[in-house]
Design a protein around this ligand. Structure first.
Ligand code: GLN
Ligand code: ZN
Length: 732
């Protein structure tokens, strides 16, 4: 093959030991001065580029400090008027205010980045950009082997919130002009300047309006004069042939999936490309990719004399840094290993060397099972009536403060400084104290507090065969925050009950019901790395097996109330691409079957769930067969009650009981009894008194005890108020 090379389109910026996280957090807390921070960022950015060059011979400069969308808005000067002055003198200060808020203004909203667990900051755009000025930490560094990355004008407009005065097409045009103008200026300074334009929104199904937006954004992109055509990445979904051709004719090279080369060749889009950029590797999978399959396809591509660049399907931002130092079987690859593999693929195709990566054994994933209706809602209510709960029962979401004492305890256990019985003894003491506090505070349905859990998914993954967990497999979630997703390698099995011991300790100390507390199968799958090629429905179903068995074990132990959390049901809901419909059917089938399997419990057991992170949109109907009795749903943060209405009306055998969160757990403050009571009064306007529960928006693990005590005490008081108001009405 002639002229084949390999490129990256993004690399994890957080760093092998989360260096960027520590730098950001030190700068925010004032433990690092501005000049120290700037010097540290320069050093880390250099290391980020050097590491890529060492692995693959080139680099993409995607060293954004907080988020690419936010920093693109800032470079376009699109910040709120009162912050414009500070943009030049204190850009990091402006970034901090927009990302994290200040005492004067709220932060810009944050939302999920496509179907990942990364979150971007949503710019609120008023006016139009005039020019693009790189932030100091984004000034192009030059070097012929480095591409400078920026969010493209089409996606920028699609992902921002536009003020009422702002017309999308005009904004796209102005954003494009600012970007292309900057590129031309930059070329005067550095003729070897290379550009990568990230346009993830181009992979979704485009409307006629979108096509016009695209035209406006790229109208001025012709004849930029780059030595190498600008690379337009489309990391989610797939660009249409029209999109590829529209950009190709303007001299831009568009990333396309290897499987689509034939189709694009047939319809002529391929021939418009100034060079070919083909995704050949799964950028989000930790399984090593199959070179044999890719090779066959790549070698079948007719040589038209144009350079062929092999890239991963996405940035490696969604992978941990390296498998080195992890206790994983052979065949897994993180960012470093994947980058090195891609370089070796290009070398092998160019005629040098061979590639053989081991592959983890493929597992057998059983087909999804039947849906079995649970006993009807009215019969369940009757069977649960001996729980003897008051109207407007109070409860909390599950976790209570993860104090430094709890975290220290776990560190000491891992280091072998204390043994398991000593660890459990301390955890049990915390559980007992937490139960006593809740009872004294007058809470009706208690929780054990989840002190034994690091994370709601990792805890179960560690206990289940079939998952691998990592020591340092950190992946950026937002800003400086990372998670450590487990790897789902085979249908999981539990060797013994996972939550029963702690539940028993709590229930033994309580005179009121304690909820059994588990993470649901869909959330576990969606927050884990998944095996390649296995359909969603089989994954959900496989994980539902041990989770349903765990609910069974809690029920056998005597639990009358069990909560199964599903905050991430929506995360992998197939994106609105042209082939979404088919993939959504598989996803929906899997969610329905898995939820039904887990919630299908005896009538006397009250089954709860919890959902947060707003935007449930299309997934509400997927709960229709779940047989869930009570749901706590985030409300006070998103202030969006449309889901609450939808869930309330979802079932045809009566209403779901719902606890719309009455306070935001992200805030250290309590909104006060009055606000909570008025929220409840609002909901009792359309929900029966027997259907309305009282609880926070989410778990309280990031709060301190004094904060939680205030918040929950106010909440119990709010419930008492609405209870006495309701009894007064009934007596009339
Ligand atoms: N039960 C979990 C907790 O309270 C739920 C967390 C979540 O929804 N993210 O922490
Ligand atoms: Zn939650």
């Amino acid at each position: 093959m002639v002229n084949v090379s390999a490129r990256l389109i993004g690399f994890p910026r957080i760093g092998p030991a989360r260096e960027l996280k520590w730098a950001l957090e030190r700068a925010w807390s004032g433990r690092m001065s501005v000049s120290e921070f700037n010097a540290r960022v320069t050093e880390l950015r250099q290391a980020h580029l050097d590491e890529q060059r060492e692995l693959i011979g080139s680099a993409v400069d995607d060293y954004f400090l907080y988020d690419q969308v936010l920093e693109t808005a800032m470079q376009l000067g699109l910040v709120p008027r009162e912050l414009r002055g500070a943009l030049a003198d204190d850009p990091f200060g402006v970034l901090t205010i927009l990302a994290r808020g200040s005492s004067e203004r709220e932060a810009w909203e944050m939302t999920k980045w496509f179907d990942t667990n990364y979150h971007y900051v949503v710019p609120e755009v008023v006016g139009a950009p005039e020019r693009l000025v790189p932030l100091p930490w984004r000034t192009p560094l030059g070097g012929p082997d480095t591409a400078w990355a920026i969010l493209g004008p089409f996606s920028f407009v699609k992902l921002s919130k536009l003020g009422t005065e702002t017309e999308p097409r005009a904004l796209a045009g102005a954003t494009g002009r600012a970007l292309w103008g900057f590129v031309r200026e930059q070329l005067d300074r550095d003729p070897a300047f290379r550009l990568q334009v990230d346009e993830p929104c181009l992979g979704m199904a485009l409307s006629a309006d979108d096509a016009q937006l695209l035209d406006a954004a790229y109208a001025d992109a012709k004849d930029l004069g780059l030595v190498e055509p600008a690379l337009v990445t489309v990391q989610f979904g797939r660009p249409s042939s029209e999109t590829v051709a529209a950009l190709g004719r303007r001299g831009l090279a568009v990333q396309v999936p290897l499987e689509r080369v034939d189709e694009l060749s047939a319809d002529g889009a391929w021939a418009t490309q100034p060079e070919h950029v083909v995704s050949v590797m799964d950028g989000r999978s930790v399984w090593s990719d199959d070179f044999g399959v890719a090779r066959e396809r790549i070698e079948a591509i007719a040589d038209d004399g144009m350079p062929l660049r092999l890239v991963p399907s996405t940035s490696f931002l969604f992978l941990p840094h390296t498998v080195e130092g992890e206790d994983l079987p052979p065949g897994f690859a993180f960012a470093r290993e994947k980058a090195a593999a891609l370089a070796s693929w290009a070398a092998a195709l160019a005629g040098g060397g061979s590639v053989d990566a081991p592959h983890p054994p493929a597992a057998d994933w059983p087909e999804v099972g039947e849906i079995r209706p649970r006993v009807g809602r009215e019969d369940r209510r009757a069977a649960q009536s001996d729980l003897d709960l008051p109207l407007f029962p109070t409860t909390s979401t599950g976790s209570l403060p993860q104090t430094s004492e709890v975290r220290q305890l776990r560190v000491r256990l891992t280091r072998g400084e204390i043994d398991r019985p000593a660890y459990e003894h301390e955890v049990d003491r915390m559980i007992t104290e937490a139960v006593a506090w809740q009872e004294a505070a007058g809470i009706d349905v208690l929780v054990h507090g989840e002190f034994e859990r690091t994370d709601m998914v990792e805890y179960f993954a560690e206990k289940l065969d079939g998952f691998h967990t990592t020591r340092s497999g950190w992946v950026l979630s937002y800003g400086s925050r990372c998670t450590r997703p487990p790897i789902l390698a085979a249908p999981p099995v539990a060797a013994e009950p996972m939550t029963v011991r702690e539940w028993r300790v709590a229930q033994a100390a309580a005179g009121r019901p304690v909820k059994g507390m588990l993470t649901g199968p869909v959330t576990i799958v969606n927050w884990s790395f998944r095996p390649p090629g296995v359909p969603d429905d089989r994954l959900f179903w496989a994980v539902a097996q041990p989770i349903a068995a765990e609910v069974g074990a809690l029920v056998d132990a005597g639990a009358r109330i069990v909560q199964v959390d599903e905050p991430a049901v929506r995360e992998r809901w197939p994106l609105p691409t042209v082939d979404a419909e088919e993939r959504r059917q598989v996803y929906a089938r899997g969610v329905r079957a898995a939820l039904n399997h887990v919630f299908h419990q005896p009538a006397a057991v009250q089954m709860h769930t919890h959902m947060c992170y707003g935007d449930f949109g299309d997934i509400v109907p997927l709960w229709a067969d779940a047989g869930v009795d009570v749901a706590s749903i985030e409300f006070s943060r998103s202030k969006d009650e449309s889901y609450i209405h939808q869930f309330y009306e979802l079932f045809d055998d009566g209403h779901l009981q719902i606890g719309p969160g009455v306070f935001d757990v992200h805030s250290p403050h309590s909104p006060g009894t009055e606000t909570m009571a008025s929220r409840l009064a609002h909901f009792s306007g359309f929900m029966d008194a027997t259907d309305l529960w009282v609880n926070p928006d989410c778990g309280l693990k990031t709060r301190t005890w004094p904060e939680v005590e205030r918040q929950l005490t106010d909440m119990v008081e709010a419930a008492r108020e609405i209870r006495s108001a309701a009894t007064a009405v009934r007596a009339e």
